[in-house]
Write a protein that binds this ligand. Structure first.
Ligand SMILES: Cc1ncc(COP(=O)(O)O)c(C=O)c1O
Length: 360
């Protein structure tokens, strides 16, 4: 697919169009990308945005002051910032609950809840919520279900098939896959919402640019092979870290002792390549961040380079410290986005950084 680096399109005559008018509405490269993502997520329509947060922000234009939403109590920090600092002052209340527990969801649901917003797995605690059971309960109350599918991607999980009404993505991550651009998606299951979302996207103008659309299309061509290799590497790193004396806790979906393991296995085709862990001391966490040589200390995830992130000062820096403390996101807590380098090199890098701390 070429890059149609064009803002506008000439019309042959009055009333005759090439199908494209102006790139804020649509562009051939972006159109192709949206069709690809829509097919992958089994939706009615997919819309591409300049970032994952632009997608989330646009989706919430569907809601109005007075609406109340239930949201997972562990989420990407930028999404929490959006709920707290932008939605709440607009009169849209987001109530954080433990969506991993179906009874908690059932007790919190009533006909005044407009939507439920889930990440499954969550960022960074890898908590799993049962999309099918939650959707069944939600739909009894006419409540919509939104799932952020960034971590598993449609290669491993299709929330719309499990009953969700909308999927959102930070395509900056696995879909793009190369840490070289930002993008986001909303995939909608219902034609009536798709039409409204197209109108809102055209009106607000945060759609993805042609060159970035092309980069995401290029990334998706290797999504399957990258997901498989990264997941295989993550499993090996989990096995290595699990037996290390300095690792106190690992949060990884492929761990049969993970409390959400059976729910996760029933709704996804793989465990993905994200894992978080807690080390024994804050000083060890700091040492790891400055002594890893192959693994980069950086925000983001899902590209071809393995990254280690320190949520407390990076992805979750703006989250209420009380929430962080409750969730155990402390100064010993690290998140690893395992990617596709040779797994021996990744393990060697972790080993040398952990051992050089022990040698101090
Ligand atoms: C799960 C999740 N959703 C949404 C976002 C926001 O995406 P973006 O950074 O592309 O705006 C992120 C970013 O890290 C994320 O991890």
């Amino acid at each position: 697919m070429p890059i149609y680096q064009s803002a506008t399109y000439a019309h042959p005559a009055l009333g005759i169009s090439s199908g494209y008018d102006y790139s804020r509405l649509q562009n051939p490269t972006k159109h192709e990308l949206e069709m690809v993502v829509n097919r992958l997520e089994h939706g009615d329509d997919a819309l591409a945005f300049s970032t994952g947060m632009a997608a989330t922000t646009l989706l919430f234009e569907l809601f109005k002051p007075g609406d109340t939403l239930l949201v997972s109590d562990d989420l990407y920090g930028g999404t929490i910032r959006f709920f707290t600092h932008l939605l709440a002052p607009r009169g849209i209340q987001c109530i954080a609950i433990d969506t991993t527990d179906i009874h908690t969801v059932e007790a919190a649901l009533n006909d005044s809840i407009t939507a439920i917003f889930l990440e499954t797995p969550t960022n960074p605690l890898m908590r799993t919520s049962d999309i099918k059971s939650i959707s069944e309960l939600a739909h009894q109350q006419q409540t919509l279900v939104i799932v952020d599918n960034t971590f598993l991607t449609p290669y491993y999980q299709n929330p719309l098939d499990l009953g969700a009404d909308f999927v959102i993505h930070s395509a900056t991550k696995y879909l793009g896959g190369h840490n070289d651009t930002l993008a986001g998606f909303i995939v909608s299951k219902h034609p009536s919402f798709s039409q409204r979302l197209r109108f809102l996207a055209k009106t607000t103008g945060s759609g993805l640019a042609p060159f970035d659309s092309w980069l995401i299309l290029r990334g998706i061509k290797t999504l399957a092979i990258r997901m498989r290799q990264a997941s295989e590497n993550a499993e090996a790193i989990f096995q290595y870290l699990k037996h290390h004396h300095a690792i106190k806790h690992i949060f990884y979906l492929g761990d049969p002792d993970h409390p959400g393991y059976s729910v996760h296995c029933a709704q996804a085709r793989g465990h993905g390549a994200m894992l978080s862990f807690e080390v024994d001391q804050e000083a060890r966490a700091a040492h790891l961040l400055s002594h890893l040589q192959l693994i980069a200390f950086a925000e983001s995830l899902g590209g071809v380079e393995t990254l280690i992130t320190y949520p407390i000062t990076q992805t979750h820096a703006d989250v209420d410290p009380l929430i962080l403390e409750k969730n155990g996101i402390n100064r010993r807590f690290l998140r690893l986005s395992v990617c596709i380098e040779h797994v021996d090199d990744l393990i060697d890098d972790l080993k040398q950084a952990l051992e050089s701390f022990d040698a101090l």
